[in-house]
Design a protein around this ligand. Structure first.
Ligand code: GDP
Ligand code: MG
Length: 166
């Protein structure tokens, strides 16, 4: 059983760190050159129940709306179209215009997990719930998973919820 998962988000939210954490749970094939007919594969994780194929998306260009950036965004939109699940990665306590522009590219019918990364940086943990409530209004997210990719905290929970969408 194989599922395709795209990891998206503005630069610096921790997409690569998360990818490495996920793959590190059980090592499988990881190659920057791996490719399927439709997707550039950044990692594959196989466990007892499923095979997760993580798909790279090109960087979002949100600052300027020129022809090249529109083309890049279209490529992102296309790679989002044929996946089973999308991880939208944001930073805990930070949800700005650049994040909103990434959200605007998500297909309305996509199954999207809101991944709130870097929860270790929150001085006041009680700020997390109101933050989640605010972001929830931006898109009909299928799930919300707060975690710390760097510390490996709650990354297993992300895989657990992902399994139910593959
Ligand atoms: P990407 O551009 O989205 O791929 O982000 P990176 O994975 O390159 O991470 C950007 C920066 O955030 C790096 O300095 C990471 O070490 C840091 N980072 C990633 N995950 C976490 C986290 O869970 N907590 C903290 N404090 N920093 C993180
Ligand atoms: Mg990266």
């Amino acid at each position: 059983h194989t599922g395709f998962i795209a990891i998206v988000g503005r630069p610096n939210v921790g997409k690569s760190t998360l990818m490495n954490r996920l793959i590190g749970l059980k090592v499988s094939i990881v190659s920057s050159k791996a490719q399927t007919t439709r997707h550039r594969v950044s990692g594959i994780l196989t466990d007892d129940t499923a095979q997760f194929v993580f798909v790279d998306t090109p960087g979002f260009q949100t600052r300027h709306q020129n022809a090249l950036n529109r083309t890049m965004n279209r490529t992102v939109t296309q790679s989002l179209a044929d996946v089973d699940l999308v991880y939208l990665v944001i930073e805990a306590g930070k949800f700005g215009p650049e994040d909103e522009q990434v959200v605007a590219l998500l297909p309305r019918d996509a199954k999207v997990v809101l991944v709130i990364n870097k929860v270790d940086t929150l001085a006041d943990k009680s700020s997390l719930l109101p933050f989640i409530e605010r972001i929830r209004g931006a898109f009909p997210f299928a799930e919300v998973v707060p975690l710390s990719a760097e510390r490996g905290k709650n990354v297993d929970a992300l895989l657990k919820v992902s399994r139910t969408y593959l």
